[in-house]
Design a protein around this ligand. Structure first.
Ligand code: PGA
Length: 246
């Protein structure tokens, strides 16, 4: 819940200009940038990103139903109609403040895929769960309940973001080893459920105080495919430095 429309427009414009001047396909692994805008901004940001290679717009949430009397809610087809291509599902703040459960999130994933939006499904443990050495189980359950009911073909369209909740917005980042350990675990769980090829092809992002200084080290891990950036994405210079960390 950051930026007015005008501020958001300027921020998105700066990122898009950067990408136009620095084609991402020249970077290692041809990264892509998705900008997840607030609902009030998505149509505008989607317009900015239209026809720009490797950049797209997404929403930060969606509703579980297609349409109807759900005043104040936004459906996937409404999101799609703005030109957005992606949707964040299950960000920890949605789980924490809006009581979204793995079961609710599974419905949102289904909706997103049905509307041909790429779901970026967030998972991650809170500090108590890590301290109790329960973080692997928590993340496994979030992925199993949220995603593993999908057919392989559908699962292949999903992006996963591992965000340890204790690292989000706190300035405390998971160490590169902690990130790698969990990402490798997630990939192993996917390989067990589907197969190794699906696991290898799944994009797994790290989120939680990822910034211009630590991004390179985090992204250098073999199982960390990119980042989900919060605070640092609001500062165009920091965000473009993160893009260049690939
Ligand atoms: P942060 O946020 O980068 O500010 O920790 C991450 C997020 O909100 O997903």
């Amino acid at each position: 819940m950051n930026t007015t429309l005008e501020e958001g427009k300027q921020l998105a414009g700066k990122i898009v200009d950067f990408v136009k001047n620095n084609p991402l396909e020249k970077l290692n692994g041809s990264p892509e940038v998705m900008m997840f805008a607030p609902y009030t901004h998505i149509a505008t940001v989607a317009e900015h990103t239209e026809h720009v290679k490797s950049v797209s717009c997404g929403a930060q949430n969606c509703h579980t139903e297609e349409k109807g009397a759900y005043t104040g809610e936004i459906s996937v087809s409404m999101i799609k109609s703005t030109g957005a291509k992606n949707v964040l599902i299950g960000h920890s703040e949605r789980r924490q403040y809006f009581a979204e459960t793995n079961e609710t999130l599974a419905k949102k994933v289904k909706m997103a895929l049905g509307a041909a939006l790429t779901p970026v499904y967030c998972c991650g443990e809170v500090l108590d769960e890590r301290n109790a050495d329960n973080h692997f189980n928590v993340v496994k359950e979030q992925i199993e309940k949220g995603l593993f009911w999908l057919e392989e073909k559908e699962f292949a369209k999903v992006v996963i973001a591992y965000e340890p909740v204790w690292a989000i917005g706190t300035g405390v980042t998971a160490s590169p080893d902690q990130a790698q350990e969990m990402h490798a675990y997630i990939r192993k769980v996917i390989a067990e459920k589907y197969n190794q090829q699906v696991a290898d092809n799944t994009t797994i992002l790290y989120g939680g105080s990822c910034n211009a200084k630590n991004a390179k080290e985090l992204f250098a891990n073999p199982d960390v495919d990119g980042g989900l950036i919060g605070g640092a994405s609001l500062k165009p210079d920091d965000f473009t430095a993160i893009i260049q960390s690939y």
